[in-house]
Design a protein around this ligand. Structure first.
Ligand code: GLN
Length: 254
């Protein structure tokens, strides 16, 4: 399934983060090392990043493989950001192949990506979908499981859940009615929340920066694997990992 990555820290050229590393997202699009499901990630890609002073991120998404986009290589060389979320996609069978289904999904300050699939789509999650207001359902960005999951996460964020709890709640709710793999990445440019729920997830802290990614992009030291069924919260200088099912009392639904 897809590979994704988020970064917070000092401004870095997008190319340095995504294209240059020996096993960066560019390489992971055709030769991922830790991918358990699917082989290549050639069904599009997307990058979202924050420009200084603007809380709303920019997105660059295509339906073609990242290796086939020479224009992105140019843009990525000269564009730097202190907060980035990017993904390369291996589309789940039956989902839209359009650019609109390439992560990151976005709304306001948020960027979201899903690595995985919902089993039993769409019937298994029909009742959960019915809990979403029609206006939000009608505005889904794409005909894809990830777009519905993003709508469910937005419902939780709108209800006031902290980012990590919003993700954990949606993993719990979806896992209760459907099988599947639910690795999420979410950022607002100041913090990252991520789940490991069925697929690989790693993080690495540097001096004043943090990377959270489906797999290490180099063989350097400092990469930590997040255990399955955990939710991670990170800022540029802190990382916290806890079990998805350990929501604090006030965060648990009545
Ligand atoms: N199911 C999602 C999609 O089709 C994510 C796919 C993936 O993780 N490979 O876009």
């Amino acid at each position: 399934m897809c590979r994704h990555l988020a970064y917070l820290g000092a401004p870095v050229p997008l190319a340095e983060l995504l294209l240059s590393p020996g096993n960066g997202l560019l390489t992971q699009s055709w030769a991922p090392r830790r991918q358990r499901y699917g082989t290549v990630n050639a069904d599009g890609f997307g990058v979202g990043w924050y420009a200084s002073g603007d809380p709303v991120p920019a997105r660059y998404r295509r339906s073609i493989p990242i290796w086939a986009d020479r224009s992105f290589a140019d843009v990525a060389r000269v564009t730097s950001s202190a907060a980035v979320l990017a993904a390369v996609r291996s589309a789940t069978w039956g989902m839209s192949l359009e650019e609109s289904a390439a992560a990151p999904y976005a709304c306001g300050p948020w960027l979201f990506s899903h690595n995985g699939r919902v089993e039993g789509w769409p019937d298994a999650v029909a009742a959960l979908a019915a809990s979403i207001p029609a206006s939000r359902l009608l505005a889904l960005e794409a005909q894809a499981d990830s777009a519905l999951l993003w709508a469910l996460v937005q419902e939780r964020l709108d209800a006031g859940d902290p980012a990590a709890d919003a993700l954990a709640r949606v993993v719990r709710d979806v896992a209760a009615v459907a099988g599947g793999r639910l690795n999420f990445l979410l950022t607002d440019g100041t913090r990252i929340a991520a789940t490991a729920a069925g697929d690989t997830l790693f993080w690495r802290e540097g001096s004043g920066n943090v990377v959270v990614a489906s797999e290490p992009f180099d063989d350097g030291p400092g990469w930590h694997e997040v255990p399955d069924n955990c939710v991670l919260t990170a800022t540029a200088s802190t990382v916290d990992v806890r079990p998805i099912y350990n929501l604090t009392k006030e965060q648990v639904a009545p």
